[in-house]
Design a protein. Structure first.
Length: 221
């Protein structure tokens, strides 16, 4: 397969935000008498659309959420990201070496994506190439966001490579007919669909893309 463009997820893929988001959520939910482990929180909420996440939260709390729940949660998360967020190791090296078009396609709101990229120094690489599910009203695992991103790049879906970390994102990429690389830095989530190419560090992806001629740095492998 010849890939002519790359579509990246953001949270948990380019930036190590999922861990922070889960920590903030766990701490906030403790105020409502809900106790979650990191593993349980990640399994429930990573890559999940906000309305579905809130439905699960209400079930956990066992009562309607306060009207300002989402606003307060997002405010807490923004403060945490601004002070603690880091890029995933190897991302900078990969992105700055790419010689094919690339963009972001994320379930997150545009302002959150831009904040994450700004804090981690990645915004200059993706300015003008960010696609948010909130723009089109469709969230992963629906493939519409990836198809929208591919159209914006002017590349057919079957010539796009997707880089994702969440089950929902991998499902969306596969449904869009794209090659999906699933970033699994720890243990592999058993729910990841078959056919995804698993990698645990971006140096592996650097080598893969170098061998495919997608970077300016030849693979050392």
């Amino acid at each position: 397969m010849t890939w002519k463009a790359i579509i990246f997820d953001c949270d948990g893929t380019l930036v190590d935000s999922e861990r922070i988001a889960n920590e903030v959520l766990i701490e906030y939910l403790a105020n409502f008498g809900v106790e979650l482990t990191m593993k349980d929180s990640a399994s429930r909420f990573n890559g999940v659309e906000m309305k579905d996440s809130m439905r699960q939260v209400e079930e956990l709390v066992g009562a309607p959420l306060p009207g300002d729940f989402i606003e307060t949660m997002r405010s807490r998360l923004a403060h945490a990201l601004a002070s603690r967020l880091r890029p995933v190791d190897g991302v900078h090296r990969l992105v700055e070496s790419l010689t094919v078009p690339y963009c972001i396609a994320s379930n997150a709101p545009l302002d959150k994506i831009e904040l994450s990229l700004k804090v981690t120094g990645l915004l200059p690489f993706f300015a003008g190439s960010i696609n948010s599910a909130y723009e089109i009203g469709s969230w992963k695992p629906d493939p519409a966001l990836f198809l929208y991103a591919a159209k914006g790049l002017g590349v057919a879906p079957d010539h796009c490579a997707v880089v994702e970390d969440s089950v929902a994102g991998v499902r969306a990429g596969r449904a869009a007919g794209m090659t999906v690389f699933a970033y699994q830095p720890h243990e592999v989530d058993e729910r990841i669909p078959r056919g995804a190419r698993i990698f645990s560090h971006f140096d592996e992806l650097q080598d893969e893309f170098s061998r495919a001629g997608l970077t300016s740095r030849p693979s050392e492998a």
